[in-house]
Design a protein around this ligand. Sequence first.
Ligand SMILES: Cc1cc2nc3c(=O)[nH]c(=O)nc-3n(C[C@H](O)[C@H](O)[C@H](O)COP(=O)(O)O)c2cc1C
Length: 204
Amino acid sequence: MLLDELVLDKDELTEFFVNDLPDCIGCFTCILRDEEKCPHRSITNPIITAIEQADVVIMDTPNYCMGMTGQLKTFFDHMAYRWFSHRPLKEMKHKTGIAISTTAGMGAGAATKQIEKQLFWWGIPKTYRLNATVLAASWNDVKPGIKEKITIKTKKLAIKIRKKHNHVRWGIRHKIVFKMMGGMQKAGFGNPKDEAYWKEQGWI
Ligand SMILES: Cc1cc2nc3c(=O)[nH]c(=O)nc-3n(C[C@H](O)[C@H](O)[C@H](O)COP(=O)(O)O)c2cc1C
């Protein structure tokens, strides 16, 4: 629904499913050596490239046990090297994030908060959250009244996003965290790969 409202003819949309992505094995290759050498890079690379080139990044998950699915978290784990504490991408500063979750009863808000947190640490200034309680286990079983409510909410959100998209800026929280992380790199508390990156960017 949101895509119908948001994606205009001139826009390009790339969509990925992460259900078959293997778990991060905690080898630290991305963080300490080179993200390109991640054993799963051939699978994650098209997704990460699309994210890096996108204006708007939409992350979508059903609520499983009061949070995002394990599958989506697995994708986020493969992005650990892009956190502020490691090698954030400066282009993230200009992107808009959207987090979407449905839930049968409770927990969509918890799931989208988790997504928002991930995108915050990538450096995306603003993440809109779209939560929907559907009282069903499948879309076909969702009552018409609830579908109608979701439609209205989605339309309103799309209008807001289009209006504000080109005006996203880091707020005080992002600025503080970025400064703190810079201080950490400067003091030599980071790893050599990250420290070299911060210097290359001219941030320290
Ligand atoms: C493993 C699993 C865990 C779930 N956990 C919750 C939960 O904690 N609270 C809840 O209200 N619904 C829970 N649900 C229901 C789903 O969140 C809900 O049906 C959702 O809308 C399904 O979205 P989908 O059709 O995109 O899979 C769970 C469903 C599954 C399969």
